[in-house]
Every structure is written in structure tokens, then in C-alpha cells.
Design a protein around this ligand. Sequence first.
Ligand code: F6P
Length: 357
Amino acid sequence: MPVGDRASPVTLRIGVLTGGGDAPGLNAAIRAVVIRATALGHEVFGIADGWAGLLAEAEPRPLAPRDVARILGEGGTILGTSRTDPRKDEASRRAVIECIRRFRLDALVAIGGNDTLGVAQWLHEQGIRVVGVPKTVDNDLSETEFCIGFDTAVTVVADALDRLRTTASAHHRVVVVEAMGRDTGWVAAFGGLAGGADLILVPEVPVTSEDVVRTMKRRRAIGDPDILVVVSEAAEIQGLEAQTAVDRDAFGHVRLDQRAIGAVLARHIEQRTGIEARQVVLGHLQRGGSPTAVDRLRATRFGNAATDLVDAGRSGVLPVHRSGRVDVATIQDAVRETRGLSDDIIELVRRFAGPLD
Ligand code: F6P
């Protein structure tokens, strides 16, 4: 018997997992999936630690609305997460599919970014019903304007700049703030603009070390007592050698924190301008703690929509944010390429926090 406005003729066993780097708002998304699925008469099972949970054959845990009643504002993920690629060898590929069958999961909701959703797309191609939810503080998935976690990360950067402005001002220093962003400058650009940074350096906008030095000198010459620079961890500054990142994660991505671009840049500025400079790496502070109201709402809307897509029998798709509305895209399109800063944001960065002539 159909329950409520349910489209599925049968009660579904829906597995939910969170994969990749954690992001504030994951719990809000899990909560939305559980509440919506239960209202539709389906059952939800939480898979531990992303794809690793299926490889380890860890029994998924049943999730009822009371299990998620108090997690809306909690950071992290009650399910745990990991960077695990089950496509890495034939045995893992077989194991993950067998595990889904053994646990009699009719469908999966995979909450993640490019890597997690890449695996979701592969499972979809293997005939497993999978719906995605866009999550990454980097905000670089295609097809969607916003991902879960991004707004909180931006807020952390803006708050940090407010604090750093006062100490930079007291000491008449330059402070270089290193922000996250694997291939793109979304967090640095939005956080830097919101926090009034004087110079924002992102991978999408080429800049030279001379541009940076000249800008620092010009700012000092026009009487700026303190100068805040936001640099994305992936930014390339021509003429400046970042440190060599050695380690890679399971998906082959280099550890960008090991480039130490913020430290390298601060040292360069001090040596070349004589202005005292310090650096702050915001790192995982950008991913920790309670999600903003915006992230809670986005996560709730995405989790709700993803569950409706599962209920409607869809697979290989995910809810996305377009012009304020929740729309649907294919996972394949969402992961096809990392989405860099849009032209209007690049222009805003140039006008408000670009190098000076
Ligand atoms: O992809 C999200 C992200 O936070 C990147 O911005 C960053 O480079 C990376 O993850 C850090 O990963 P980890 O948590 O494994 O150090």
C-alpha cells in the first residue's frame, strides 16, 4: 500500500553514506534523508565511514527519526567518513557490489564531492540505484551553484579576517591567510571578499610575485597600516616556488597543505618589502564546528530532494542549486570537471582585492 505521497510501490531499504572530507551540514543532510524517507514509509540504514564501510562489510545501522533528532546543528558526520576508492582493484569492486546486495539495500544516497560522486556514478553504471547529494567546502562540483559546507567555510574565513585585522593593525603588519580549495578559489574568494581582504590570490587568476610585492608597497605608501592577504592553498604565484607536496590521498590528490604557500608568501613579502609579515593556515577549522543556518537549510533541501528522487525510482542523479531553486542534474555532469570561479566573481576579486598597478 502506498504511504502518503510515496511514488514507490514498495518499501525501500535505503543506505546513506558520507564520503570524502567532512563538511559542516552533513548531519543536517542525513537527518533530512531519514525524516523524509521515514515519512514516505521507507527504511534508512547508515553506512559507516563512506565506501570503506561497505568494503569492511560493517553492518549498516538502522536510522529512525529519533536517531537524528538532535544532529541538525552538529558538525562532522554521525556516520563517519573516509577517502576510500572501492574501484581501486577488481576484488574491491566486486566486494562493494556484493555488500550492497547482501545487506539488501535497494538504493544508496551518497553525500559527497567529486571523488565520492565519481564512485556513485560508477555504481550507477553497474546497475545499483544511487542518488547523490552535493557536498564539498571547495564548492567546485559542476551543475550546482552551492554545495553543503561551503557557506560555513566562507564564514570561518570572514570571521578570521575580522580578528586578524585588529592584530595586523596594532602591529602594522601584513597577515597572509591560507584558505582551503583543492583546485579552485571559491572559499578564498568568497571568504576574502566577505572579510574585506586587501589581496586575494586564487588559482583562476594568474599573478606574479612582483605583482604581490608591488601591491604591498603601494598599499603601505597610500597609508594602509595593516594588509590582509588571502591565498588559496592551490594558488600558483609566478616567480615564487611553493614547497613540494609529497603525500597523496586514495584518489591520487596531492596534500596541498604541504605546499605551505601561505608561509612561503609571507616570508617573500617580508624579505622583499621590509614589512613585517605573519601567516595563518585556517586548515581544518574551515571544516569543523556547527554549520551556518544557510548550510543547514541547503542540506535539508538537498537531503529531502534526494530522498524524493530515490522514491521516484531515479538513479545517477543529484539535487543541485540553481538560481535559488533545487533542480536535478546527472551525477555524470556534476563530476565531469571541477567548476572554477565564475567570471563575475573573478571580476569582483579583481576590483576589490586585486593587485594594484
Ligand atoms: O576537498 C576538501 C578539502 O578540504 C580540500 O580543500 C583540502 O585540500 C582537502 O580536503 C584536505 O583533505 P584532508 O582532510 O584529507 O587533509
